[in-house]
Design a protein around this ligand. Sequence first.
Ligand SMILES: *[C@@H]1O[C@H](CO)[C@@H](O)[C@H](O)[C@H]1NC(C)=O
Ligand SMILES: *[C@@H]1O[C@H](CO)[C@@H](O)[C@H](O)[C@H]1NC(C)=O
Ligand SMILES: *[C@@H]1O[C@H](CO)[C@@H](O)[C@H](O)[C@H]1NC(C)=O
Ligand SMILES: *[C@@H]1O[C@H](CO)[C@@H](O)[C@H](O)[C@H]1NC(C)=O
Ligand SMILES: *[C@@H]1O[C@H](CO)[C@@H](O)[C@H](O)[C@H]1NC(C)=O
Ligand SMILES: *[C@@H]1O[C@H](CO)[C@@H](O)[C@H](O)[C@H]1NC(C)=O
Ligand SMILES: *[C@@H]1O[C@H](CO)[C@@H](O)[C@H](O)[C@H]1NC(C)=O
Ligand SMILES: *[C@@H]1O[C@H](CO)[C@@H](O)[C@H](O)[C@H]1NC(C)=O
Ligand SMILES: *[C@@H]1O[C@H](CO)[C@@H](O)[C@H](O)[C@H]1NC(C)=O
Length: 890
Amino acid sequence: MKILGGRSLQLVYAFLILLHMQSSIGISSTTAGDEVRCIESERLALLAFKQGLVDEYGWLSSWGSEEKRKDCCKWEGVQCSNTTGHIIVLNLTAVYGHGYYLPRLRGNLSPSLFELQHLSYLGLARNDFNFSHIPESIGSLNKIQHLDLYYCNLSGPLPSQLANLTRLQYLDLGYNNFNSVKNLEWLSYLSSLKHISLMENDLGKVNDWQQVINKLPRLTYLSLRGCNLRDVIPQSIPMINTSTSLTYLDLWSNNLTSSTFHWLFKFSKSLVYLDLSDNQFQGLIPENLGHMTYLETLNLRYNQFEGGIPKSFGNLCKLRSLYLYHNNLNGMLPEVIVNLSGCLRLSLEELELGKNKIKGPLPDMIKKFHSLRLLGLYDTQLSGTMPKSIGLLSNLESLYISSNSWNGTISESHFSTLSKLRKLGMSSNSLSINFSNDWIPPFQLDSIVLQSCKLGPKFPSWLKSQRKFSYLDISGGGISDSIPPWFWNLSPRANQVNLSSNHLYGALPNLSTTKFADSFGLGIDLSKNKLEGLLPVFPVNVTSINLSKNSSLQFLGLNYNNFSGKIPTWIGERLSSLIFLLLRSNNFNGDIPLQLCWLTNIMLLDLSNNNLSGNIPWCIQNLTTLAQQESSASDHDFTSSQIDATFGYAGSYADKASVMWKGMERDYGNGNLKNLRIIDLSSNKLTGEIPAQVSVLLELVQLNLSRNQLTGWIPSNIGQMRKLESLDLSWNQLSGQLPWSMSQLYFLGTLNLSYNNFSGRILSGPQIQTFDASSFIGNPALCGLPLTPTCPEAEKSESKPKNRDMDEFWKSFKPGMELGAAIGFVGVLAVKLDHPWKHLCFLLFNNVRVRFSNLKGCLCLLVASLGLLVREHVSRLGRKLKLFEPSASS
Ligand SMILES: *[C@@H]1O[C@H](CO)[C@@H](O)[C@H](O)[C@H]1NC(C)=O
Ligand SMILES: *[C@@H]1O[C@H](CO)[C@@H](O)[C@H](O)[C@H]1NC(C)=O
Ligand SMILES: *[C@@H]1O[C@H](CO)[C@@H](O)[C@H](O)[C@H]1NC(C)=O
Ligand SMILES: *[C@@H]1O[C@H](CO)[C@@H](O)[C@H](O)[C@H]1NC(C)=O
Ligand SMILES: *[C@@H]1O[C@H](CO)[C@@H](O)[C@H](O)[C@H]1NC(C)=O
Ligand SMILES: *[C@@H]1O[C@H](CO)[C@@H](O)[C@H](O)[C@H]1NC(C)=O
Ligand SMILES: *[C@@H]1O[C@H](CO)[C@@H](O)[C@H](O)[C@H]1NC(C)=O
Ligand SMILES: *[C@@H]1O[C@H](CO)[C@@H](O)[C@H](O)[C@H]1NC(C)=O
Ligand SMILES: *[C@@H]1O[C@H](CO)[C@@H](O)[C@H](O)[C@H]1NC(C)=O
């Protein structure tokens, strides 16, 4: 009845339109050949849907109400039925390209869309629906078979009306923000479903997922990755009517334990792909997993499985990929290989056992695994020498054996037939690599990671043949040689090159005509060698830098060498994309060139331990990345390097960026990279004042100016460098009082002001007071805790903050600022007033770093104000307190 009513209404509409548009009847008759015209109510529904959207890219420009656009069956993404004229397909799937999903719609998911009751296909994946909820009216799509709302920025609950979509075969709701999902009962009515993805939604409260899945007899594909799933108590699952069609099951990154296996084994005779990685599985790997005879991929990475690998695995005759990376497996590798040596050895292409506690040598029997393309034995506890039979694995593409206790020599006979080898990781073992001088390997590697393998003393000549690598690490290779000129004719793809920690000597050649890679940035680490002479001009031409934000050098590590002369100005002029510049521990002299201020992408500037003189350039404020949060350098995508690191071929140059961090040398991992913003000019002969402009570097995390000959005061607004975690100004000739604003450096974990000429009372803010006397010693005129219990009486009056500083402090103290400031303030007052309240205040608020929008701040103020009232200085300070009044705070 309802549908009929709708239809007759449409007919009336159509009739009216014909009547009204006499002039366009001609046009209509030309299109009359297409018998199907779009149905008016559906056209209006689409227009209403469009109305809620921002269509930045004009994707829906064919959608409109003008006469020539009237036939909605011809609109972008729309298909109508040839027989009924109803819209049956709406496909506005955004496609990924050039790093973006373009075009992409943004806005509201209008309920009017669900008036298209004849839809059998609705694809809206990767559009941005701005946290819309799925309207309950979705239940009216009772003909729908394919519903794809993947990555649509939807939120809210999942409406139970989804249970009405009984013809649904394909459902993707993955990567949205659905919350408060309590059960999946609605899913159990959708018995036609073959494909379900709910990945990356929080299903942590859902208890019935296993039951529901059991009720879907046609299901073949299920992805519940990243859903925060928990185990269901096994008894509650009925054993009958289980699905047997499931072939693909992805449960990656949930909170499942071994009781899940009870449920999982129901699918033993169907599963082809099983991903259980990154869960809470413990104990032995169950023997029964080896009875899932159709398995082609088994991923158990990032769990806590113990023991060995069950013998039954040898019978997984179809298994191609076995990933066991990062568990607690132990036992001996020969035994593991024996257990895997059934029919599996013919099919297995990828074997990943890294990050376990498996011991022993690699047995000769490995040669029987003819199909192996990847052998991942990174960071287990393997030892012994490398059997020559590894050379029989002629399909091998990736060999990762880093971080073990292998010893002995790798010779060309190990590798002479491995023509497909692309990735070689053998770092951190006691291996010698001894290829004869004239050997030309049969492979072209794209990553060569041989850190701390013994390669020297001669520079390895076989590298000359390698023209495709993007990553080369031969650091710590015991090479005592000069760098041969051919080396600088680098692989056009070279991206990270690490020659550090060898004994490379001699001067670098003039490289100004060499063509370096135009890849997405090149890092060269030559640090910790014996290179000397002046720095040659590096082969980067200005135009190529300007042409592309991404090309040319990003990392230049020349630290711990014997380079001398001035720091060349071309570093600033030509290497404007440089992110890390490490010149520590050389013999550079002269001024810091102003051109270094042109390095607007720099995150780490380490010029320490040289003979630099002159002033710190005031233009330091031009180092944009250090000054601004949103800067191009912070967008760098280090993900691929992170993946590399996971597989043990040593990660990116950033991983290796060894910096002085809070007084100790600390390797910076990728995860911390974005926070790595450092200036280290220590141990030079710099003179003059610290330029006030330094305090503009708001993103700076560490500043080390120690061991120079700096004079003058600490810049008074240093407190605005809120990210500062480490400040070392020791061993200079700095003087004056410590600026009040320093007590706003809430993240400061290291402070060293020792051996200067500072005077007056040490600030009493809780942050400053966490440091012990060693932070302040060697300043004879400095007094107060933690140096001396009190200040001399004469000193006390003298050391009262100068009005200039005091005013600055009060000005910065507006309502709404961070609580930390309040803490600092109250701490200062309480200690200054030398009253028992200070203990209360410290007890309550020390180390609290939350926004000053709450009770604590007010309480603290109250304590402070009370303190103010009873002291005799009340009147003096009371005048300034007026600043708190709203009228005065603007
Ligand atoms: C509908 O008609 C179009 C054009 O005539 C044709 O390409 C398409 O295959 C037809 N669709 C169906 C389902 O018959
Ligand atoms: C929907 O659009 C996407 C992206 O263009 C395409 O890959 C997919 O095949 C389309 N589906 C149908 C049924 O046409
Ligand atoms: C997204 O939603 C917000 C508020 O919920 C609204 O102000 C904004 O206009 C919406 N954006 C679009 C593109 O519809
Ligand atoms: C999702 O929508 C919210 C609300 O408008 C917005 O803040 C957020 O950036 C959107 N996320 C994505 C990934 O588009
Ligand atoms: C869902 O189906 C039921 C029964 O078939 C029906 O009564 C109800 O109206 C439907 N809900 C929607 C939103 O269409
Ligand atoms: C995982 O489960 C354990 C115990 O079952 C629980 O303590 C933990 O909080 C859960 N983790 C998450 C991320 O839900
Ligand atoms: C390898 O190490 C083992 C155990 O430390 C030792 O017995 C063996 O001689 C070493 N082999 C070589 C070739 O260095
Ligand atoms: C860079 O310099 C080289 C050699 O001087 C030259 O061949 C090349 O064309 C230059 N590239 C650009 C983009 O100017
Ligand atoms: C620093 O930046 C300012 C403003 O962009 C510019 O005028 C000045 O020349 C720069 N200084 C140096 C030394 O690059």
